[in-house]
Design a protein around this ligand. Structure first.
Ligand code: GDG
Length: 457
């Protein structure tokens, strides 16, 4: 079996003592493949240095970790700039927030070229290369220009926008051209894949080779939808254990016989947090029996806080939570518990398990793993209800959820009310279909289906 070379913006490298960090499903899935086949995990070290470009390489078992330092300017232009102020808002349909400063694009191309030049000498002829996410779209093209002939696959973790939205990007054409340097481009959903194909055929003058492969500028690229997933079995076990830990007990005791609604999201404007608070407010307004009874726990660890749009959304969310609490709280009940910090994975599984509703309402999301994690963590006898945005990729798979439109506060409030009133039989039935599905379609199945398609491409 050939070696696997994984490239992503950040690397989940082991901490001192050889243990890896408490990483999520993606890192677990990638590490499993790297351990099995041997290979390299290459990416930014997370360090900023004066000169940048220093590569720190070390081996742990069959895996070589190769981590590159960047400069403060690289970070500003490539990461905060083009990746997170141009591509991220655009791909999440937030044209109003997108900033196409040319300097950002130049930095993005420069850092991708740096990645290529540092990676190339480490490659063997029969390596398979798997590049992840929007930070590194031009990387295969850069590698090809430097003579790389190996098989290269790309997986996009975020949505691919409709052509009408994509063309707002000044360099849309060259971005798509560079994607055609890959052998396989994977998307989260069939809709994303179709949007890419539409652009290639209609806007770029490409042609179909077969159902999944298109040709553009003399290069053929295969496409596929590979909905990412979670480590279902393991998460279910962790949640079962977490159900009786001290922290879960403390949360349970603080809720008493009330209904807990839980949300867990990076503090990002794509996650629909302000609208979610407004929907919860509407629940209290329209269904007054929930006053004094429903508690909404929103965990929102800070994210990309040096990007101004993220400071803005944080201020808006704080204001919305403050307003609702001021209007509805009583001396012995606070409706919203808003926590601007992260918790360990283990703790989160316990929180998911004791809550009556998992509220996942992004305005746009490639997949949304929290939705899947919420399902995996439920108690099979007393499962909670998942209320899920139709704009999350996960909505295509999790049909036991109550699917909502996050722009419609009153509709979301109605769904919350039906979830709170749902019979145990119905909750069990809905949960069972989703859980069985997630057992079959877990992170291992995702990785294997992608790598098989890459091998065939
Ligand atoms: C991108 C795409 C796609 C969150 N808070 C804490 C914490 N988390 C964990 C969650 C989950 C992960 O972070 C977030 O994953 P999501 O999928 O929900 O969202 P993004 O971060 O936007 O991820 C997304 C994903 O890539 C994978 O392809 O699904 O659409 O946007 O695992 O549990 N984990 C811990 N503490 C926290 O406070 N430990």
């Amino acid at each position: 079996m050939s070696r696997l070379v994984v490239v992503s913006n950040r690397v989940s490298a082991p901490r001192q003592g050889g243990r890896t960090g408490g990483e999520g499903g993606l890192a677990v899935g990638i590490l499993a493949a790297l351990r099995e086949r041997g290979g390299i995990w290459f990416g930014w070290s997370g360090k900023l240095t004066e000169q940048g470009g220093n590569l720190d390489v070390f081996d742990a078992g069959r895996i070589t970790y190769a981590m590159l330092d960047l400069t403060a300017r690289d970070y500003e232009e490539y990461y905060s700039g083009f990746a997170n102020r141009s591509l991220w808002p655009l791909f999440h349909y937030r044209l109003d927030l997108a900033d196409f400063t040319r300097r950002y694009l130049a930095g993005y191309q420069r850092v991708n070229a740096l990645f290529a030049s540092k990676l190339l000498p480490a490659l063997k002829d029969d390596d398979q290369i798997w590049i992840h996410d929007y930070h590194l779209i031009p990387l295969a093209d850069q590698l090809r220009q430097a003579g790389c002939r190996q098989k290269i696959g790309f997986f996009l973790h975020i949505p691919w926008p409709a052509p009408e939205v994509l063309v707002a990007l000044p360099n849309h054409r060259s971005l798509v051209n560079s994607l055609c340097a890959y052998d396989l481009v994977g998307f989260q959903t069939e809709t994303d894949r179709q949007a890419f194909i539409d652009y290639v055929l209609r806007d770029a003058g490409g042609t179909y080779v077969d159902e999944t492969t298109v040709e553009l500028n003399g290069r053929q690229v295969k496409t596929g939808a590979f909905p990412i997933s979670i480590d279902t079995g393991n998460l279910a076990r962790v949640a079962e254990e977490a159900a009786s830990t001290r922290h879960t007990e403390r949360l349970r005791a603080s809720i008493r016989d009330r209904d807990l609604i839980v949300g867990v999201d990076r503090l990002d404007y794509s996650k629909g947090l302000v609208a979610r608070v407004e929907a919860f407010e509407h629940l209290l307004k329209a269904y007054p029996a929930n006053r004094g009874r429903a508690v909404f726990l929103q965990i929102a660890p800070p994210s990309r806080s040096d990007v101004p749009e993220y400071q803005q959304i944080r201020a808006e969310l704080e204001a919305a939570c403050g307003r609702v609490n001021a209007a509805y709280a009583d001396f012995d009940w606070t409706p919203i518990r808003y926590l601007n910090k992260g918790f360990s994975r283990r703790l989160l599984t316990g929180f998911f398990r004791v809550s009556s509703i998992g509220l996942v309402t992004p305005l746009r999301d490639g997949m949304n793993l929290v939705a899947k994690e919420y399902v995996a963590c439920q108690n099979p006898d007393e499962p909670g209800v998942l209320v899920l945005s139709r704009f999350a990729g996960a909505a295509r798979e999790l049909d036991g959820a109550l699917i909502v439109n996050p722009y419609d506060n009153e509709g979301v409030a109605e769904a919350l009310q039906s979830a709170l009133a749902m019979s145990r039989d119905e909750r069990r039935e809905r949960w069972r279909t989703m859980f069985d599905y997630l057992k079959r379609h877990d992170i291992d199945a995702w990785r294997e289906s992608y790598l098989e398609a890459l091998a065939e491409a």
